[in-house]
Design a protein around this ligand. Structure first.
Ligand SMILES: Cc1cc2nc3c(=O)[nH]c(=O)nc-3n(C[C@H](O)[C@H](O)[C@H](O)COP(=O)(O)O)c2cc1C
Length: 207
């Protein structure tokens, strides 16, 4: 590699990469709500199979996609409609951020940081680890205590949407509070006003 190529490679950051347009949604399928609620549960054993892009697209939309184009509001509620939680997607290929309005994935880091998303042994191998990050720059009203409380609640709604989608689709999932937040925030290169709230692993269940 020449010096020029090296410099060019250094200059092209993950943020410069074109976003990945996610496939069209399928909002017609899935189990009836009462059946999904009946089947919702935590699982901690996963097969190695990856999640296809169409399934990931539906999963992310279920998490916090835009479900009312006219207002830009989402499948999950948020305090004062602050939409403060960003969903990051840690995979073997890299770390992405889900951009709800455009239904795209933006590459954030071209490296596998799955191991850093939690303390449990399966996190390094599970195909998808979602990380719920509060962006306090988007939550300008309320006391610091309110903002902490609301961001935790807002992440909880997203997590439950993911649980229900997984129950409906036959996917296995576990939401995780056991995360070394400081180390993960550093690995994700977050700003000081962005905080990791929870992580959630998603994959196919081990039979
Ligand atoms: C805020 C929160 C944090 C959690 N953190 C972890 C965790 O770090 N690791 C884990 O294996 N499970 C974690 N769980 C999953 C719970 O252990 C699980 O929901 C509980 O045992 C009840 O099981 P169920 O989800 O199947 O009903 C967490 C759940 C919540 C709501």
């Amino acid at each position: 590699m020449t010096l020029v190529t090296l410099l060019f490679a250094a200059a092209v950051t993950a943020q410069d990469q074109k976003p990945i347009q996610l496939p069209r949604l399928d909002t017609t399928g899935g189990k009836p709500l009462m059946q999904a609620l009946k089947d919702r549960h935590t699982a901690r054993e996963f097969r190695a199979d990856t999640i296809s892009l169409p399934v990931l697209a539906n999963l992310l939309w279920a998490a916090c996609g835009v479900n009312r184009a006219e207002s830009g509001k989402r499948t999950a509620p948020s305090a004062m409609n602050s939409q403060d939680i960003d969903v990051y997607v840690a995979t073997a290929r890299g770390l992405y951020r889900y951009e709800s309005p455009s239904h795209t994935l933006q590459l954030v880091l071209a490296e596998d940081i799955r191991e850093k998303t939690g303390s449990q042994p399966f996190v390094k191998d599970v195909p998808v680890n979602l990380v719920y990050v509060a962006d306090y720059a988007k939550m300008t009203r309320g006391s610091a205590e309110d903002r902490t409380l609301y961001s935790a609640a807002d992440a909880g709604f997203i997590s439950e949407n993911v649980y229900l989608f997984c129950a409906s689709e036959g996917l296995a999932t576990v939401v995780r509070g056991s995360v070394d937040r400081q180390a993960l925030e550093k690995a994700m290169k977050l700003r000081p006003d962005q905080k990791v709230i929870l992580a959630q692993s998603v994959g196919y269940p081990k039979q």
